[in-house]
Design a protein around this ligand. Sequence first.
Ligand code: ADP
Ligand code: ASP
Ligand code: MG
Length: 470
Amino acid sequence: MAERTLVMKFGGTSVGSPEALRGMAEIVGRNLKKWPRSAVVVSAMGGVTDLLLAGTAAAIRGDTDLVKHAVRDISKRHMDAIRAGGLDPETGEAIEGFIRELKNLYHAVTILREASPRAMDAIASLGERMSIQIVAGYLNQAGVRAFPLEASSFLLTDSKFQNASPIMLEIPARAKPVFAPIFARGEVPVVTGFIGATSEGVITTLGRGGSDFSAAIVGVAIRADEVWIYTDVDGVMTADPRTVPDARSLPSLSYREISEMAFYGAKVVHPKTIRPCIERGIPLWIKNTFHPDHPGTVILANGQTTSDVIKAVTAIRNQTLITVKGGGMLGIPGIAARTFAVVARMSVSVTMITQASSEQSICLSVPSSSGKAVQAGLEEEFRREIDREDIDAIEALENCVIVTVVGEGMRKTHGVSGRIFSALGATSVNVISIAQGSSECSISMVVGKDDEIPAVRAIHALIVSKENVL
Ligand code: ADP
Ligand code: ASP
Ligand code: MG
């Protein structure tokens, strides 16, 4: 039988400081005893991707002082880690090479005063390309023989720069000759998260937070038995612990529940992440680098996982609620289709939709950054209907937050929404709009910015209450 294989992914905070890097190396060393055939996938050191992109924005503006600042900060983060870890001089030389590449790219952007999506990816990819050097260095120091590996050598994607999709059918065959010799030498491949390459070998990125996705892709590519995502919290929790201090860790979640949570704002995993693993039945665990003995959360393919009716509450900030409404809409066919065609043409992703049963209004929530443009696009589309007063107006309500309650148990239990809305009423939260997911696994509601925290906390109190059982 083939040897069992594990993929471990470490996020930005887990590789963000010398202390975290030492902890990471200890965890890998310990896991290797049970899983001698393991691959590691890593993010850029925490904050480095943001710095790389801030430097690019400064270069576009021609702000050379800020560009220099970004280069200095990025270089210092890595050099400090090298010094603190006592890594060998080759690692320092490798980082210096990447910093030279970064300076050249910034110089080109400063001259051109623009950066194409392709150039943005060349720059953003440097964070992960540097971090594999540092992580491999720390592992070698801890006695784990590690080999830094750029995913561009096997992770084939389309050429949609900044949000590329993997070409899953071709990746395993490309990965095999890359990984096999590393495993044969008894080394641990340390793979860049977040990045891939087109068939011409041009570097792409999978979108912000994409390292989780990389871990799942590598898991599939090397036929891993399990994928463990190490982050800075005890697995997936009942709410974002930054908003709800008494949030609890969830022992297990279904694929549908975690997908809804990720879509509706739980940053703990990237929404697309889990799919490749779930499709192939690979168990996925979310664990804590800073608390490695905690079991974390396992994601299961199907079904009810615990007896809680509702599992978690999430929030997405910075939304604009657009309403198309008017008494004359009732008689006009195709208003909804035209509304969504406008949004699709603008490549805006709609976070939530509600339509009143009277068909006199359609509400859609979009990220605030596109709110004004969507409103203008709809006004243009419905100019005639507005002039005829069939449609009153296209309204845009800014500063909204979508709060979502997630749990498969809601399907089997009556009165859950009643309980939720009574709790919100009791805390004087004003719910502006409501939608229930078709899977009945989530209920979303739009509230104003100031109502977010009271709403999330009121719902969280229901999650931890004794009544929340099937
Ligand atoms: P990484 O750098 O390891 O990928 P992220 O910052 O992307 O980590 O994701 C982890 C963070 O997600 C946590 O620190 C936490 O603040 C946030 N988070 C939001 N919602 C949740 C939730 N429901 N459960 C756990 N963490 C959450
Ligand atoms: N470094 C990338 C980001 O910050 C990818 C990741 O961390 O998952 O978006
Ligand atoms: Mg992340």
